[in-house]
Ligand binder design. Sequence first.
Ligand SMILES: *Cc1c(COP(=O)(O)O)cnc(C)c1O
Length: 426
Amino acid sequence: MTYQRDTLCVQAGYTPGNGEPRQIPIIQSTTFKYATSEEMGKLFDLEASGYFYTRLQNPTNDYVAAKIAALEGGTAAMLTSSGQAASFFSIFNICSQGDHVVASSDLYGGTYNLFAVTMKRMGIHFTFVNPHCSDDELNAAFTPQTKAVFGETIANPALVVLDIERFAKAAHAHGVPLIIDNTFATPVNCRPIEWGADINIHSTTKYMDGHGAGVGGCIVDSGKFDWMQHADKFPGLCTPDDSYHGIIYAEKFGKEGAFITKCIAQLMRDFGSIQSPQNAFLLNLGLESLHVRMKRHCENGQTIAEYLRDHEKIAWVKFSGLPQDQDYALAQKYLPNGGCGVVSFGVKGGRKAAETFMKNLKLAAIETHVADARTCCLHPANATHRQMNDEELAAAGITPDLIRFSCGLEDARDLIADIEQALQFV
Ligand SMILES: *Cc1c(COP(=O)(O)O)cnc(C)c1O
């Protein structure tokens, strides 16, 4: 039986047996007991599935990962300690020194830094393309070393909507997977796999958790990309792994399981970016109400965007739910029920006015956070993106006056009153 998305939010991933706990158990244990070394040896050799050490896998985390896989329509998933770890693993699982990735230029600041600075030091190179570039420009970004394409469904904080189908076609024409960061839309509003994405990642820290309680990440595999068909590009998946007695992931675990199994067996083993079972439990509480909360976040976002659009002190508003928005048509296609509750805008008077406005807000708090039950806001040029110069900011779709306003679950009338009183100081 297959269930609707809202039902999956509440129930997928964990089905208790007779007399078992109704809520998912927190398996707060680093390790798991076995009667014989032979049995444990089979787990180490990936010959049997089971638990032996929480750095690799933990049942609580697996229940929650299974729920997210069901929501995204994927075949396998894993939790990570943060969204950053998920982004890094999703690329590093199929790229090594000398490889290349095509990425949208409108990215979360932390992702941009990871790609442009830190992974460059590992010899993995990125070409950043404007998400609205022409097909010719997009195709020209590929090299013989390209191993993946990466973009965000709704970019944080530029709020540009990615044409997922177009990027998937370009990726597949070059024999590589499309990796989508679906953090802002969540699977409630968009399932990138349905539009051709091969791998999804999330910062679960945002709407999925939704209450600012735990940092976390997730990687989901669609199970659709045929690694063996492009075996020359992906030796890590298609040639023997000496650290597991020469198993070939794509052969042994198939399209459905190879990517996540390798990512756990190699990257989680070696880097150890595991999510704590306690945080996974909190994440699941958030997921249980994700569909209800997203609706309200989007309604508040729409109300605030319309209010700001008509305000004389506001220079510009970016929200793909506004008919005059550059991405309105894309949003109608990919986000018919709304995108997210985040609105970006500029106050007339630029950088200085942005600061004056923000420090006079009473209900909306200044936070390095977004997509939370409580309304919060941020001035990226002064915070998350402050390592960028104005040119890099512009390339990332961020102006020096941009305020990222994340509408929470409060009554929109109170949010409007708060903005109204703060604007009087500008
Ligand atoms: C926050 C965020 C990340 C990074 O996630 P962390 O959980 O903070 O490590 C990645 N992508 C997007 C779109 C984000 O908003």
